[in-house]
Every structure is written in C-alpha cells, then in structure tokens.
Design a protein around this ligand. Structure first.
Ligand SMILES: NC(=O)c1ccc[n+]([C@@H]2O[C@H](COP(=O)([O-])OP(=O)(O)OC[C@H]3O[C@@H](n4cnc5c(N)ncnc54)[C@H](OP(=O)(O)O)[C@@H]3O)[C@@H](O)[C@H]2O)c1
Length: 329
C-alpha cells in the first residue's frame, strides 16, 4: 500500500483509507463485531487512515474505532474525525467554545488526548470565510487537543476557500468518476498549497460497484432509501447526487472499459487515488470482503493499466453527467 504525506504534518497515510460512516448508522444495520472486523481487515491490508465523525451513529463509529485501536498499542493509524453537525449548521454555532466541547467528546470516544485530525463537517461557506473559525482551530492545536485540522466541503468553491487558509491540513470532497469538477481547479490548488485531498463517496454510494439494478432496494434506515432527493441532508451525499437510473447506465458503460480481471470498484478507487493532488481515497465498507478488495485496489496504482478506463470516465461524464453535476457542486 502506498503511503503519502498528510498535508505538511510529516505523518503518512495510506493512498486508500477507510470511511466509517457505515460503522455508525444510516446504511442499514452493521453489528459491532462486523464493524470491528472491517477495521481489522482494512489495517491488515495496509490501510492507515480511518475517516469518521462525531455524528456517525452519534459517536458509535468513533467509539468502535477507539476500542479497536486500544487493542493495538503502537499502531500507525491516523484517525480523521469531523465536528459541526451536532447542532444546526448555522454560522453562530461554530464557536471556540463549541469546538472545545465537540473535540472533548471525540477525544473521549476515541480514547486519546490529542485528536490526529479534525475536519469541519461541511460548514456553511460563511464559516470557511471567517478568520475567527481558523483562529479558534489554531488555539485547539496550540492547546494540544488536536494535532491538525481540515475542512470537509460540498462545493469546489468551498474547497478553494479552505485551501487558501494557511494552516488547513486537508480538504475532503466528493470526487469519483461521476464527480469530475474537482479536477479542474481544486486538485491543482491543493497540490500547490501542500493541502491533502481526501476523496469521499468514491463509489458514488455503491453505484460504482456495478452490482445494482433498477430493482435493487435498500433498507429503510439506509440513506439510499430516504435521502435520494436531499430529504435529510445534501443530496450530493447520496449516489453522489446522480439520478439513480442515469448512474446505472453510466456504471455499465464504465464497466465495458475495464482492463481484464479488474472490477469496477477497484478501477474507480485506483483511478481516483492515481490523480495528482489526491492524498487518500476513503471508501466506506459494510463488510470484510468489501474492505479487503477496496484496500487491494491500491495494487493497481503501480500497474499502469487504467488509460482506457480514464478515457471512458471522461467520455461518460461528458455524455451523461456533466450538465447535471458540474454546475451544482
Ligand atoms: N460530509 C462528509 O464529510 C461525508 C459525507 C459522506 C461520506 N463521508 C465519508 O466518506 C466515506 C465514503 O463515502 P460513502 O461511504 O458515503 O460512499 P462510498 O464509499 O462511495 O460507498 C460505500 C458503499 O459502497 C458499497 N461498496 C463498498 N465497497 C464495495 C466493494 N468493494 N464492492 C461492492 N460494493 C462496495 C457498499 O454499499 P452496499 O454494501 O450497501 O452495497 C458501501 O456501503 C464515508 O464512510 C465517510 O467516512 C463524509
């Protein structure tokens, strides 16, 4: 597994990490034993970055990670958590006092004195534009509650605003074969500034697994049932904001351009991780098999076999997706 520098921290993280929203809630039921097995399988296959948040299962994801890491003293895993969605996403809630209490809770959940990396969890643009936000985050670093901070964003404009801040370590954004706008300006700006990009929703919530059909159904407590049109949160977080039927067609066209013996999810993950400016791709996994094959997709990074797939990604995006997706995020 390739390891890459996290911003300018000197810390190394794997080119393919693990998203752990699934281990909290909103993706149907995942037992604690299954969640722990997903973490273990990922680490055993070279993953050294977990992405979580204080709201995933209201702390369940963080707590499971904390218990898992307590059993692996001396580990080299970086945990990136998030804060800012335990209250309404109104600018007045992003105060130094709330930052302290949110990070204290995450420190307790994860069982650490210092959080490795805390990302603001898709705050309003006004929060990213406010110097006071970053003064408060700098204070948390100075006080030792957090080692580094970043911003998870919805739009490319927000990403560029966050990248322009001097002490931001990473920006997390949706980037996958159905979401190409970050390639235009965000990746070059991040690379120039030494800011890490974490690519989230890399499989378009599973559409890029290539296994869904028009008749696939999802559990009632799975956001792919209840947030398809943005009923609960930004609709871009569900299927990457792509209409389900269009996504099926796009996935099947991409599948036709795969190298022999390579699966669509593996090609998608390696294609993203191979983009200049991307530090880590953070697919979510609901079981051990997914966790293992996602981590193993990093092996394709050195194979140099994705040129046809890359051409197909751009062709399919221009034909089916650009018009609906590019202007929105
Ligand atoms: N606002 C934010 O900051 C934000 C928002 C969203 C996500 N995130 C982070 O980003 C991570 C990744 O995004 P995501 O989980 O939303 O979407 P994703 O990684 O695009 O999709 C994950 C889903 O894809 C399917 N899958 C995964 N690996 C597979 C494989 N090898 N083969 C077949 N299917 C596979 C699984 O669904 P099924 O098994 O159900 O089919 C899995 O639950 C999250 O876990 C979270 O840490 C952050």
């Amino acid at each position: 597994m390739q390891q890459r520098e996290l911003g300018r921290t000197g810390r190394q993280v794997s080119a393919i990490g693990l998203g752990t929203w699934q281990l909290g809630a909103d993706w149907g039921d995942v037992s604690e034993d299954d969640a722990t097995a997903v973490l273990a399988a990922s680490v055993d296959h070279g993953v050294t970055l977990f992405d979580t948040a204080d709201v995933y299962g209201d702390g369940r994801s963080e707590s499971i990670i904390g218990r898992f890491l307590a059993g692996r003293p001396g580990h080299d895993i970086t945990v990136a958590t998030k804060m800012g969605r335990r209250l309404a996403q109104e600018p007045e809630n992003y105060t130094a006092e709330n930052f302290r209490s949110w990070t204290d809770r995450s420190r307790a959940n994860l069982g650490v004195d210092t959080l490795d990396l805390v990302q603001l969890h898709c705050p309003p643009s006004a929060v990213i534009e406010d110097d006071a936000t970053f003064d408060a985050l700098d204070e948390l670093v100075a006080g030792g509650a957090i080692a580094a901070y970043g911003v998870s964003v919805e739009t490319c404009a927000q990403a560029l605003a966050a990248i322009a801040r001097p002490n931001v370590t990473n920006v997390q954004i949706i980037l996958n074969p159905f979401r190409l706008k970050p390639l235009d300006e965000v990746l070059p700006a991040a690379a120039a500034a030494g800011v890490s990009i974490f690519a989230r929703v890399p499989l378009a919530s599973g559409l890029l697994s290539g296994k869904y059909t028009a008749s696939t159904s999802f559990a009632e407590n799975d956001h792919r049932s209840y947030n398809r049109h943005g009923e609960a949160f930004d609709r871009g977080e569900t299927f990457s904001g792509v209409d389900y039927e269009v996504g099926l067609e796009a996935a099947s066209r991409l599948a036709a351009a795969l190298p022999d013996g390579v699966s669509l999810p593996a090609a998608s993950l390696a294609w993203i991780a191979g983009l200049s400016g991307v530090t880590s791709v953070i697919p979510g996994a609901r079981n051990v098999r997914q966790a293992q094959s996602n981590a193993d997709a990093a092996k394709l990074l050195d194979a140099g076999s994705l040129a046809d797939f890359d051409a197909a990604v751009h062709e399919v995006y221009d034909a089916l997706l650009r018009e609906a997706i590019h202007p929105l995020w």
